[in-house]
Design a protein around this ligand. Structure first.
Ligand code: UD1
Ligand code: MG
Length: 457
């Protein structure tokens, strides 16, 4: 049977105390709503419908380009009213309702729920909580059949003692939903159209309510404030860390790791404390990452060592390389085997050949370094003239003395030696020594100025 998914995301999220709509707050670097959408996409749905309201334009903008059907709920008059905003757009066999602020729901759980739905059964995801305060309670009859959901505010003392709660996630056929939605009323404690009232309608019609439970309550936990979001973040990260440990990655402390994207590791990778991985990161076999590194969209070759406090973004390394501590490698940095980039070095759009070293305090941008190049401390490629970027091409075995400025565009031929402290702005042919600095003048019998006896100058 084909499927429409409806994601409710119109709520304001006042308790986040933020200008950003609640569902756009990131969990593991990705908006909560995006997590829900990505999970829904795994269900092979025909279309995803997102009900937006507060900050709707921002939500639309943030999630633009994806094939989503947005519907605006101008006034938040309850979950039933929210679903009604897309009722006319639903044209598949089944409908699944999700919340945009319940980010950790798993597609396996939803698949289990959906498999129970047919003309004679609707599906309801429930969870048993020690403290059910605030949740809708699942009311069952003597045969243990679900007959209604009663919202906390409408519940009797006796009903409040029920610990089986409504997660809000439910599924039914389109025919059922379109039959029941128009029958909802706002005659309740909150004056809202409760979607949950369809459960009693189902029971009254003899449609049974099949329930399913998540594998962990975390899956169905909603976010209303930053404290809940932070808790879900840690739970998510704990799951990522556990999976890495199981895959054979050594983590100095699984509670001090953050993966905001996808981290793929070869065998015997070790990661020290406080590291953040963003986007798509791949660490080859035996890579060691020291403490407090940030690595984004990078591919690190086998055996490489990244020492502490290094920041890598868009880096490709091939074979064993040595990076850091305190290195900043920006997009377009490519390191060949045995290359070394040391402390306080910044690189950008730079290809560093095999065995080449930039050990200290340098900026190398828009450049190619051949093999076995040695770049002395304090070397700068002056790649920018205020308008355009220019390229520096450094041949194999070039030796650049410390504190040199290489003014691009510039070609240093193979084996060139640049004297320390030079400002080089003209190409140099292979094998030559080039020096461009003020000559040192030494005066042997030079009288240093002295104050005279009377104190006058
Ligand atoms: C809802 C359920 C309750 C359940 C709880 C689980 C109803 C009537 N109650 O209660 O049984 O235990 O969730 O968390 O359904 N939303 C809209 N438009 C609206 C109202 C809500 O888009 O007019 C969205 C919210 O943004 C949120 C979700 O629907 O994502 C749930 O709304 P919320 O106000 O949190 O519902 P609860 O009262 O908590
Ligand atoms: Mg709620």
């Amino acid at each position: 049977m084909t499927l429409d998914v409806v994601i409710l995301a119109a709520g304001q999220g006042k308790r986040m105390r933020s200008n950003t709509p609640k569902v756009l707050h990131p969990l593991a670097g990705k908006p909560m709503l995006r997590h829900v959408i990505d999970t829904a996409l795994q269900l092979d749905a025909h279309r995803l419908h997102v009900v937006i309201g507060h900050g709707g334009d921002q939500v639309r903008l943030a999630l633009g380009n994806s094939a989503l059907n947005f519907a605006v709920q101008h006034e938040q008059r309850g979950t039933g009213h929210a679903v009604a905003q897309v009722a006319d757009d639903l044209d598949q066999d089944k409908v699944l309702v999700l919340y945009g602020d319940v980010p950790l729901i798993r597609h396996e759980t939803l698949q289990g729920l959906l498999s129970q739905v047919d003309e004679r059964r609707m599906g309801l995801l429930t969870v048993t909580l020690e403290d059910p305060t605030g949740y809708g309670r699942i009311v069952r009859d003597a045969q243990n059949e679900v007959v209604a959901i009663v919202e906390h505010k409408d519940a009797s003392e006796q009903q409040r003692a029920i610990t089986e709660c409504n997660t809000g996630i439910m599924a039914m056929t389109r025919a059922q939903l379109q039959r029941w939605l128009p029958q909802l009323s706002a005659d309740n404690a909150q004056g809202e159209y409760y979607l949950t009232d369809v459960v009693a309608m189902a029971a009254a019609e003899g449609v049974s309510v099949a329930t399913a439970q998540p594998s962990s309550p975390l899956e169905v936990e909603g976010v209303n404030n930053r404290s809940q979001l932070a808790r879900l973040e840690r739970a998510y990260q704990a799951g990522v860390a556990e999976a890495l440990l199981e895959a054979g990655v050594a983590l100095a402390d699984p509670s001090r790791l953050d993966v905001r994207g996808r981290l793929v590791c070869g065998q015997d990778v070790s990661i020290d404390v406080g590291c953040v991985f963003e986007g798509e990161v791949e660490l080859g076999e035996g890579v060691h990452v020291g403490p407090y590194c940030v690595i984004r969209n990078s591919h690190i070759g086998a055996g490489s060592v990244i020492e502490s406090h290094s920041v890598l973004d868009g880096v490709e390394t091939e074979g064993l390389t040595h990076i850091g501590p305190f290195a900043r490698l920006r997009p377009g940095t490519r390191l060949a085997a045995k290359a070394k980039v040391g402390n306080f070095v910044e690189t950008k759009n730079a290809e560093v050949g095999e065995g080449s070293k930039i050990n200290h305090l340098s900026y190398v941008g828009d450049a190619r370094l051949g093999k076995s190049v040695n770049v002395g401390a304090g070397t700068i490629t002056c790649n920018y003239d205020g308008t355009h970027k220019h390229f520096t091409d450094i041949g194999d075995e070039v030796f650049v003395g410390s504190n040199s400025a290489l003014v691009a565009p510039l070609v240093l031929g193979r084996g060139v030696t640049v004297g320390a402290g030079s400002t080089i702005s003209k190409d140099v042919e292979a094998g030559a020594l080039t020096v461009a600095r003020g000559r040192q003048v030494t005066k042997r019998d030079w009288p240093r100025p002295r104050k005279n006896q009377s104190g006058e100058h």
